[in-house]
Design a protein around this ligand. Structure first.
Ligand code: ADP
Ligand code: MG
Length: 704
């Protein structure tokens, strides 16, 4: 029995949050820190000193002995280097000390984090800088201070820095637009995100027997079990006791860290589940999602299980993604993607809606590449996840309204009048969540957009950097155009024409149909001219397109060197990931699969010999036909493992990252697929007793 827990008491108990700050800091210090958090005002040194002292007192009271700057280098996972608070005293004892300087700035050894050539060009060292907008927390007896990670010459070496810059960009441009609509009270605009996280849970013992899972996070071999997800009996099904215990424990751990874990359910594939938090400001949501992934894995271990965050742990059943629910809101509490009550609010809503539509169309490739990884390539384009083609789903009602505006026709849903913006009230939208198109990569869901292409192990930072900045760019263009007529009589007309023009020009990105169908691929690419970047090797180089670089640089989200470095790091990551998979396959085939099949063949042939010695008339049909088929397969396995080794060798000799990522796509992955095909066929024919690795059936149905 779990003991009864008091959630309000537990929630945030390991976070130095606003409640703690207000209670512990002096009025002046608190006010000054608040100003830094809310308005991005530089923090005073004395204030930092006072905050550090109270933060340490609080942390020590809660069992912390160490502190760390917690940051998100381009490896995609979080990094930390622990220092203890101890400071020796003259009498041989220690004091627990923590200074303002230690709070504000750290100097981790940056040389072992990926920099994509940045460190060669610029200053070798990097430093971390406190992000006071994300609360400090305690994890494993360590006070963790969320920080940004930069080189000494100011280049971002992490994911947080450009994310914060993109939030500044959208804030700046949205405020310009809001001003035109007379929103004088709005001081700040920020984007919010609620990421829905999918994952698999499998038994720890079976996991540790699978070399491929241990090295690569996914299975590289395995024939399909008799039962997969075809019965649809897992989705939203009753949660098994072992999983329930896990989820309870996980919730408690997340709540302690102030993470708003809210919804949990089974997903489509066996052993697959989902966790969704309540949404929060994008940079907090990003920090929290990183923490959530870490805690999910840690808690699973306590329960004798392993939490798989890979996008495609098993072939033949659905992979895991992350749905990035995204909206823009003002500090006065208005969701700008929510249709309003008055004609003016409606026009404002439509303009923001247009900004998103245009952003997605103009920067399809940036959105696609923001979710591109070797793992996610398995999902996008397979019929389980949105396709690699980016399009926007609006739903029947909203499409009807936009079409009416575009064509100057009456909208059938309301009074039969031609809708004039700023004059007519929009009809209320039903926020019917059943009217969902699950095949769309980018769907409007009533008051937010759901970007569904993210991979389950991806940091959500990249997707939101691109989304925020691309929308900031649309808003910039609108503000430039509308500011010329601000306060003038023709403002409404210019606004109306602008909205009409955007809807007309970006019609091609709007698609409400089935995104999984082959017809859509044809229509999207051949008729509409949308991009279909199937792999990371295709998508990532688009980051360097002048159109994309100009836009990102204009909004000061990246500089030129940062863009080149990121492109290189992401491609390197792709090449390394698949390379490890290839090497793991060779290892498994040579050391385990071939010897195991051979042993089985030997048993069969001995059986034939001894049966024939009893009677020459016995046919030994099973033994002989299996021997024939399996020896054919071992021939093919050997040839394809040799072919794979040649590709791996060749790849080793390539220096240019564009060349090697293309070789991974065109040679390495096909060679791996061929090898897998033969090994999986051999698994079907080999006695389970001889097979060296736990089967798919065992892995997928082991947790009860
Ligand atoms: P579902 O997609 O399962 O129907 P919801 O639509 O209620 O569930 O929410 C899914 C996720 O979207 C949750 O994380 C929720 O907090 C988040 N969400 C809801 N409203 C917003 C918003 N305005 N901005 C960003 N995320 C939101
Ligand atoms: Mg959803």
């Amino acid at each position: 029995m779990m003991e009864k827990i008091n959630v309000p008491e537990l929630f945030g108990s390991l976070v130095f949050d606003d409640r703690e700050m207000r209670a512990r800091l002096s009025k002046e210090v608190y006010a000054s820190l608040r100003k830094t958090i809310d308005e991005n005002v530089r923090l005073d040194e004395k204030v930092a000193e006072a905050v550090a002292e109270e933060m340490k007192e609080w942390a020590v009271e809660h069992g912390a002995t160490h502190f760390t700057h917690w940051f998100q280098p381009l490896t995609g996972v979080t990094a930390e280097k622990h220092d203890s608070f101890i400071e020796p005293t003259r009498d041989g004892g220690v004091l627990m000390e923590f200074s303002g300087k230690e709070l504000i700035k750290g100097e981790p050894d940056a040389s072992s984090f990926p920099s994509g050539g940045l460190r060669a060009t610029f200053e070798a060292r990097g430093y971390t800088a406190w992000d006071p907008t994300s609360y400090a927390f305690i994890k494993d007896h360590t006070l963790c201070i969320p920080t940004a990670f930069c080189s000494y010459s100011g280049e971002a070496l992490d994911k947080k820095t450009p994310l914060l810059r993109s939030m500044q960009a959208i804030n700046r441009e949205a405020l310009r637009v809001l001003k035109l609509f007379g929103n004088e009270d709005v001081k700040h605009v920020s984007t919010s995100v609620g990421p829905e996280q999918e994952y698999f849970l499998i038994d720890q013992k079976l996991y540790s027997q699978r070399t491929d899972l241990v090295y690569t996070g996914r299975t590289l071999f395995g024939c399909r079990p008799p039962k997969g997800q075809e019965m649809d009996d897992h989705y939203f099904g009753v949660i098994k006791p072992r999983v329930t215990a896990y989820m309870e424990d996980l919730n408690n751990e997340l709540w302690k860290l102030g993470i708003l874990a809210k919804t949990e359910h089974n997903e489509v594939a066996p052993a697959q589940h989902e966790l969704a938090p309540i949404y929060s400001t994008t940079n907090i949501a990003t920090d929290h999602n990183q923490l959530t992934m870490e805690i999910m894995q840690k808690v699973a271990k306590r329960h004798g299980m392993v939490c798989l965050l890979h996008e495609k742990p098993f072939a033949g059943v659905n992979g895991s993604g992350k749905h990035n629910n995204w909206s823009i809101a003002t500090d006065t509490g208005v969701n700008l993607l929510s249709p309003g009550e008055t004609p003016y609010e409606n026009a404002q809503f439509l303009l923001f809606l247009c900004a998103v539509i245009q952003a997605v169309d103009d920067y399809q490739d940036l959105l696609r590449l923001s979710v591109a990884t070797a793992g996610n390539d398995h999902r996008l384009g397979a019929n389980e996840a949105p396709p690699a083609i980016i399009s926007v789903f609006l739903g029947e009602e909203l499409s009807g309204i936009l079409n009416a505006i575009r064509d100057d026709k009456p909208y059938e849903g309301v009074e039969k009048v031609i809708m004039k913006l700023g004059v007519h009230v929009l009809p209320r939208f039903s926020r019917d969540t059943t009217d969902r198109n699950r095949t769309s990569p980018f769907a409007f869901t009533g008051n937010k957009f759901e970007f569904r292409s993210l991979g389950s192990s991806n940091s959500i930072a990249c997707a939101n950097i691109m989304l925020n900045t691309a929308v900031a760019e649309s808003l910039r263009q609108y503000a430039d155009e509308l500011e010329k007529v601000a306060g003038k009589d023709d403002f409404e007309e210019v606004l109306h024409n602008l909205i009409k023009r955007v809807i007309t020009e970006h019609q091609r990105i709007l698609f409400d149909g089935n995104g999984y169908g082959d017809e859509w691929v044809k229509e999207a690419t051949e008729v509409r001219g949308l991009s279909n970047l199937k792999t990371t090797a295709d998508a990532m180089p688009k980051l360097l397109d002048p159109k994309n670089m100009d836009m990102l640089i204009r909004h000061k989200v990246f500089n030129e060197a940062e863009i080149h470095s990121r492109c290189e790091i992401m491609l390197e990551n792709y090449v390394k990931t698949v390379n490890i998979e290839g090497l793991t396959m060779v290892d498994m085939v040579r050391k385990d699969y071939l010897p195991a099949i051979e042993e089985y063949l030997y048993t069969l042939s001995r059986a034939v010999d001894s049966m024939k010695s009893v009677s020459v008339n016995v046919k030994c049909r099973y033994e002989i036909s299996t021997i024939e088929k399996l020896t054919d397969l071992t021939d093919n396995i050997l040839s394809s493992v040799e072919a794979l080794e040649i590709v791996l060798e060749k790849l080793h000799g390539l220096d240019d990252i564009f060349e090697s990522s293309a070789a991974v796509r065109d040679e390495l992955i096909p060679a791996m697929n061929t090898l897998r095909g033969y090994v999986d066929a051999a698994e079907m024919l080999t006695s389970a007793k001889y097979w060296p690795y736990p089967s798919y059936g065992k892995l997928l149905f082991s947790v009860q």
